[in-house]
Design a protein around this ligand. Sequence first.
Ligand code: GLN
Length: 548
Amino acid sequence: MTKHIFVTGGVVSSLGKGLTSASIGMLLEQRGLRVRMQKLDPYINVDPGTMSPYQHGEVYVLDDGSETDLDLGHYERFTNSPLTRDANYTTGQIYLSVINKERRGEFLGKTVQVIPHITDEIKSVIHKLAGEDVDVVITEIGGTVGDIESQPFLEAIRQFSLDVGKENCLYIHLTLVPYLKAAGELKTKPTQHSVRELRQIGIQPDVLICRTERSLSHADREKIALFCNVPIEAVIEEKDKTFSIYEVPISLVENGLDEQICRKLDLPLGDLDLDDWHDLLHRLRNPEHEISIAVVGKYAEHSDAYKSIYEALDHAGIAHRSQIRIQRIQSEAIEKEGPERLLAGVDGLLVPGGFGERGIEGKVEAIRFARERNIPFFGICLGMQCAVIEFARNVVGLTDAHSTEFNKDTPHPVICLLDEQKTITDKGGTMRLGAHDAKLEPDSRSFDCYQSDEISERHRHRYEFNNVYRQQFEAHDAQIAATSPDGTLVEIVELPDHPWFVAVQFHPEFKSKPTRPQPLFAGFIGAAVERRVERGERAAELEPPKAH
Ligand code: GLN
């Protein structure tokens, strides 16, 4: 029988529910259990694919092409739970499905209502992940307890334990215990209120995870336990992590969370092997190099917009024993003041994916700077398209070359709409999405990274390299280093004469893990480290001998 863990959040948003859920999943897996992860989001959009990064941060793409919440990125980085379309549902999707059933007459004339029809639909998507080969399903409920939008989801998970038995469900509530400077103490009242709200709708949390900047005293724990009606050992402290998110699972273990979960759900308590994780933290704490990577994007100031990219850079840094200093640079700033000062001293440039014209010329200028100054460059999706535009204009000599996304009338449409996109008008879920195979040129930097000529990476785009220009690019020493297996779509463009210039049409960042960095990110950071080391040596040579 599959067990169910429900993770809810209280007091405020942005408490790191996704990270905490992912950490729980990881710990249970390390104890030998088979875990599935799921996020239920209370907003009305059918998926986050149509939302602005300002609103929602990154859109995380799965192998099957679903566009999902960025918390699923944490799930994939922390656990081995296979994620599919069933791992992320929104209110929009739930209602859409119920309304479609109603239109098909499946409710046999009944009045369709939130309870039971919407709640039944929610329960059915939770059940979908259970099965003989699954020990635990962890379902995270987006939003905060008390939000109007969350109510049907909370009602559904309340009913769920009646359906499958109380002993098979565990409710974990993540809450905030703020430190009030003026009073000089931690305050438990917001947590009490938030749990009261949950209990009012019939959910008694089994475990409280308390986010806090200071350690909880025994008296704090006693108070929270008493007012929230949980045993004192179920009050788990999760202190703010100033060093790394990879400390979260370790601190949850230290607070006994995984043992409690297994005990409460009557799950076998296998040995916990965290050697890889400790090794990773050791490498993070003891870097041998410090390198600076510029990420030039439209949403540089928004820390969630390129979440997986920043994570993948860190993973590659761990592999190269390097601390990565990420310089987030607005592409428009480069348009205003040029690249010299903003990119001075960086060891690598990464231009990520994106949509819309704002800041495009800044990206193109930044790429030109990296190409001409031999700075390692990694272009991803729109970043690749900008690299193609830059090369076409400044090397091939195609003045005004552009993507038709930004200039429909360009004389040289080096990036143009994919054929399959030409007749599509709907915006939701209609791009070239999900995992696609590509074949690599054996004599390429990318091949060196992957050590394979066949790869599969995830996509999310409407535009592509225009094959009309392929020969001209090759004649100017650009290499088409990978294409789709039938050779029709360009997947990677490289400049073999440059120390490391790799531009990819797909999103490699979605498949990077802290313990298994994505090969291209590892290659990019390797090249950046090399540059840093060489520059250090050159600087040492130039330094005048010290006077005694
Ligand atoms: N806007 C570009 C396209 O649709 C790039 C998309 C992306 O970077 N994800 O092709």
